[in-house]
Write a protein that binds this ligand. Structure first.
Ligand SMILES: Nc1nc2c(c(=O)[nH]1)N[C@H]1C(S)=C(S)[C@@H](COP(=O)(O)OP(=O)(O)OC[C@H]3O[C@@H](n4cnc5c(=O)[nH]c(N)nc54)[C@H](O)[C@@H]3O)O[C@H]1N2
Ligand SMILES: Nc1nc2c(c(=O)[nH]1)N[C@H]1C(S)=C(S)[C@@H](COP(=O)(O)OP(=O)(O)OC[C@H]3O[C@@H](n4cnc5c(=O)[nH]c(N)nc54)[C@H](O)[C@@H]3O)O[C@H]1N2
Ligand code: SF4
Ligand SMILES: [Mo]
Length: 713
């Protein structure tokens, strides 16, 4: 911290909006945060930052931010909109506790649910919040944004390697061939691979002669790499065909893992029917190109893969991610220089006990499901659980999340959330979900809490651990989640694990984990916040995670996923053969202007998403008689939406794209987002029993089939 005479000080911190985790310098004037800029002296991120990171101050100071607890006051006239009144923390906590006690008395502890949204991933103290709340509530109804994001990765790594923390990243320094599946690094900076300034890094790779291959319905970065422009939601079959071709020609080679792998025959058996010719129509890529890709991958002196949300969010995210692991493994590219490997982390990893049998599934009235890491239920089942005739979920706590807009289901989900007896949102804004609830509690933002970059440990190109102090005092009455939970538990008359009067929870939570590296929260603070870690690189990297056992290619708990893969292929073949001209496949499209749903209340950002347009290939527009700015109707059996049309020649014909996060027509708490318009694309996405992948709970939100016509026609 540098103090100057005018009480202006600068504080080194890091951005917690996305996984790049950029080092930042905040300027605090008279105790008030006024600006952040990129930290040019940061040893790893070297001054990189994006517009959203710099605009996080505008969220911090947004006059629409919730700064006091709010309670809904229903208007006497039922037709009128509810209003919101500020209440004291004591009254809010007492009111919530009283209502909870009534609900639990009537319906039992499982009538309470908890939804954890994405920003929790970037908050090292959230674990402390749950440490108190979850046991006090005694419920197992836990949801998170992970089932809309990456729970397929948890499930596969858990079952194959023995831990959800085993997520290989490409050895970017050495790879000859890099396959990037379902990721748009310019916009999103990716996920599960933390590389500051990813576009600069990819340009460097290209200039060094690395072949960069995007696998995406969108020709993502034509100047950086070629694109295998597959049909949405067909990734498993492209990967299966590559494995088929490799098995049939050069054969599987396990490299370092020879003799340490079980179930390889089952991999060969799975891919056997999927020759490049058989899959070509379903994948939408000529057989010859798939064959060549397979040979190039197998022949490269170090081929690597990074797969992200475009692959995760298909109907079979777990099958696809399993095949990614099998492709790396069976070509000897797992943990090999230039392949994909398990990166160093600041904390030693303790291998969990994983049940890899079918006993790890639970039977529910909505079908079989397996909770990744033993915890999360599919968010796609939220309406079902609320309406559960045996054990209805009547209360829901939402921490830093906005399921009304981020989970598939649209009106059905909104109606179910709106029917709860108690819905509490802990957030920076009264967002679309909070708007449906009874209480909104003001949380601290990233600048108002001490933190540690736990979120990227094990997936950083250049591993480092960073501690940040609280940059400024909370605005208004905002409180950290762990303090809110501790107080709530006490208001319920129970013992909280933590005392909300404590100064800091980080040493308690992380000093033990940091100790083997000779680190602690104090030591990090004394060293200016950042410690870079030695990266031994590929070779023994799985063992270094403590995962020294056998790699299970086909554990029992994956068998049903594999069988489902075959059944689904037949369905896709039939669908492709009978596709009408107006049928499109809707994919995801993030924009530079927001992070999911939560920066839409800021001015600016409209340039890349005014009114949430429907993006399509210009040839498709011409075919449908649509010109730029024309309005299209997008329809399927779940919803009908209307959106202005924009063109992007990088899209595969037959594919349309929209951005999630819009649909704030009733969100009075975010007036600018409300005025901005735009529809909730997740109204088109499925919800309920068939909308999730049983082994991972992962919900389908890409490759949604829709019919598009000119509005009015
Ligand atoms: N169609 C479609 N749907 C998608 C996706 C897609 O690509 N397409 N992407 C999916 C993905 S990857 C994700 S991660 C999910 C995200 O889904 P959610 O997590 O449900 O949504 P977010 O918009 O990230 O919600 C974040 C909320 O947290 C609040 N917030 C921000 N910082 C803090 C904080 O420090 N504390 C508290 N208490 N609140 C905070 C914000 O104000 C915002 O209201 O959406 C998923 N849904
Ligand atoms: N500016 C900005 N940055 C963000 C976010 C944001 O909302 N805005 N969100 C943050 C979050 S929570 C996350 S999880 C990360 C996500 O980071 P990424 O995973 O990189 O997500 P996207 O940028 O949405 O890229 C997904 C890509 O998948 C493609 N795709 C869609 N369907 C399919 C398919 O069926 N198969 C294949 N192979 N590709 C497909 C899309 O065309 C797109 O190029 O980004 C984070 N960063
Ligand atoms: S790239 Fe991500 S971490 Fe870096 S400034 Fe932008 S939002 Fe923040
Ligand atoms: Mo995400």
């Amino acid at each position: 911290m540098t103090h100057t005479a005018t009480s202006v000080e600068t504080v080194n911190t890091f951005c917690r909006l996305c996984e790049a985790g950029c080092g930042m310098v905040a300027t605090v004037d008279g105790g008030r945060l006024v600006q952040v800029r990129a930290d040019w002296d940061h040893p790893v991120t070297h001054g990189f930052a994006c517009k959203n990171g710099l605009r996080a101050v505008d969220v911090h100071l947004d006059p629409d931010r919730v700064l006091h607890p709010q309670q809904r006051v229903d208007a006497a006239d039922a037709a009128a909109d509810p209003t919101w009144a500020d209440v004291s923390w004591d009254d809010a906590l007492a009111g919530i506790a009283a209502r909870l006690q009534e609900i639990v008395a009537e319906h039992g502890p499982r009538s309470v649910g908890i939804f954890l949204g994405n920003p929790n991933a970037f908050n090292a103290t959230v674990g402390a919040a749950l440490m108190s709340l979850a046991p006090a509530l005694g419920t197992d109804r836990l949801f998170s944004s992970a089932t809309q994001d990456c729970s397929n990765k948890y499930a596969v790594s858990e079952l194959v390697y023995g831990s959800m923390s085993a997520q290989p990243i490409p050895d970017l320094d050495r790879t000859e061939l890099l396959m990037l599946i379902g990721t748009n690094p310019r916009v999103s900076k990716s996920s599960y691979m933390s590389v500051p300034d990813p576009i600069a890094a990819l340009r460097e790779l290209r200039d060094r002669g690395t072949r960069v291959i995007f696998v995406d319905p969108l020709d993502v970065e034509p100047d950086i790499g070629e694109c295998v422009q597959l049909r949405p939601d067909s990734d498993p079959y492209l990967l299966a065909a590559m494995l088929h071709e490799i098995h049939a020609t050069v054969g599987f080679r396990l490299g370092e893992f020879e003799g340490r792998v079980d179930g390889l025959d089952e991999v060969a058996a799975f891919v056997a029917p999927y020759s490049p010719e058989v899959v070509a129509d379903v994948v939408g890529i000529p057989a010859e190109r798939i064959r060549q890709l397979a040979h190039d991958f197998a022949a490269a002196d170090g081929a690597s893969i990074h797969a992200s949300t475009g692959l995760n969010m298909g109907r079979q995210g777990a099958l696809a991610y399993w095949l990614v692991q099998m492709l790396l493994l069976c070509t000897g590219n797992l943990d090999r220089p230039g392949g994909s490997f398990f990166a160093a982390r600041a904390f030693p990893h303790t291998p969990p006990t994983v049940d890899r049998t079918d006993a790890s599934f639970e039977e529910t009235r909505w079908g079989r499901l397996r909770r990744p890491i033993g915890t999360m239920l599919p968010a796609a089942l939220i309406p079902e659980l609320i309406e559960d005739p045996d054990e209805p979920m009547r209360a829901l706590f939402v921490f830093a999340g906005n399921p009304a807009l981020t989970v598939g289901g649209g009106d059905r989900l909104t109606d179910a959330l709106g029917s709860l007896d108690l819905l509490v949102s802990v957030d920076l804004y009264r967002n679309a979900t909070g708007e449906l609830g009874h209480y909104v509690l003001p949380a601290t933002d990233q600048f108002e809490r001490e933190d540690l970059n736990t979120f990227v440990q094990g997936v950083q190109r250049t591993p480092f651990v960073q501690w940040t102090p609280k940059v400024c005092e909370p605005e208004g009455e905002a409180r950290e989640e762990w303090r809110i939970c501790a107080d709530l538990v006490r208001a319920m008359g129970k013992d909280a694990a933590l005392d909300s009067a404590m100064q800091s929870v980080l040493p308690l939570m992380y000093d033990g984990a940091l100790a083997p590296r000779g680190l602690s929260i104090d030591a990090l603070r004394d060293a200016g916040g950042v410690a870079t870690l030695h990266e031994p690189g590929p070779g023994g990297s799985l063992d270094r995670l403590g995962l020294t056992g056998t790699i299970e290619c086909a554990p029992e708990a994956l068998h049903s996923t594999i069988a489902r893969g075959h059944a689904r292929f037949a369905e896709l073949q039939a669908a492709v053969a009978t596709e009408p001209d107006t049928r499109f496949s809707m994919i995801t499209r993030r924009t530079l202007g927001s992070i999911n749903t939560w920066m839409l209340n800021l001015p600016g950002g409209e340039e890349d998403g005014a009114g949430n347009p429907l993006w399509m290939h210009p040839d498709d527009g011409a075919r449908l008689g649509l010109v730029a700015g024309a309005v299209a109707t997008i329809r399927n059996e779940r919803a009908t939406l209307v959106a202005p049309v924009r063109f992007d020649p990088r899209l595969r014909p037959g594919v349309v794209a929209m951005t999630h996060g819009f649909g704030n027509v009733s969100t009075t708490g975010m007036p600018r987002a409300q005025r901005r318009g735009g529809v909730n694309v997740n109204a088109l996405a499925p919800s309920g029993p068939d909308a999730f992948d049983p082994v991972s709970g992962m919900q389908q939100i890409t490759g949604i089939l829709v019919d598009v016509t000119a509005a009015g026609s």
